[in-house]
Design a protein around this ligand. Structure first.
Ligand code: MG
Length: 257
């Protein structure tokens, strides 16, 4: 099932997308959940909103071995691989809608794209066990983890480098029936393939990430977990169009202006 969130009559509404028709749902994820309504509207990509209602966006860095190598990081024992997931936060202010433009900030000279698989949480979760972790996920979507790489390297905390306004385009919708363990993930810049990986190459798979994250924080309905990026990250230019495509989900398009 594809779940979308749209701007409808001036307010956010969730809907089920079926063959070009949106079956509008009542309620919110944070306000007790979604339920069917009688209303339908034709699908219009221009009114899509990010398909989440996050209190927080929890991100995993360095979760693909080939990306760790390209960033020049060494792990414990010189293996190059982290012993546990490296997590950081983006605030809800970082969300941007699918198709929406993102301004190249004037305070960075090295603005990078990172295409990622995102998990959106459907029920409150703390101390998840492995066998229940994916049950806490409402659906899967594409994310663009925009990063001011120069500021990230200078700063102790990655707050401005990772969590400035609109640094997290998300969408186009949630796919609810999906096995996330071995999906093709690709990032294209102006149509040229720049990242081309599989989610099976993650060091910590979505189950391990959810178990780890929920040890420390309560995941709330509508929260987002970003699972890291494959190799091939690089700088953007004004005028570029970024496409993040995850197999079984769709394409997230972000113009950089
Ligand atoms: Mg990332």
């Amino acid at each position: 099932m594809q779940l979308i969130r749209i701007n409808h009559a001036g307010a956010p509404r969730w809907g089920r997308l079926e063959e070009g028709t949106v079956h509008l749902l009542s309620g919110t994820l944070r306000g007790g959940g979604l339920s069917d309504s009688e209303d339908t509207v034709p699908f219009d990509p221009a009114v899509l909103l990010p398909p989440a209602e996050p209190s927080k966006i929890v991100c995993v860095g360095r979760n693909y071995a080939d990306h760790i190598r390209e960033m020049g990081h060494a792990g414990p024992g010189g293996s190059g691989l982290p012993a546990e997931p490296g997590i950081f936060l983006k605030g809800p202010n970082a969300l941007a809608e699918p198709g929406g433009a993102v301004e190249y900030p004037e305070w960075t000279e090295n603005f990078h794209f990172e295409g990622e698989l995102a998990l959106v949480i459907g029920q409150r979760a703390k101390n998840l066990k492995a066998n229940e972790a994916l049950g806490a996920v409402l659906g899967y979507t594409c994310a663009l983890d925009l990063t001011a790489r120069d500021r990230q390297k200078e700063d102790l905390q990655w707050f401005r480098a990772k969590s400035a306004d609109r640094f997290c385009p998300l969408g186009p919708w949630l796919e609810t029936q999906l096995d996330p363990t071995d999906l093709h993930i690709q990032t294209r810049i102006n149509g040229e393939v720049r990242q081309d990986g599989r989610t099976s190459h993650m060091i910590f798979d979505p189950v391990q990430v959810l178990v780890y994250v929920s040890r420390y924080v309560t995941l709330e309905p509508g929260d987002i977990v970003l699972t890291g990026t494959p190799e091939g990250v690089g700088p953007l230019r004004r005028g570029d169009t970024v496409e993040v495509e995850v197999e079984g989900i769709g394409v997230l398009t972000t113009p950089i202006v």
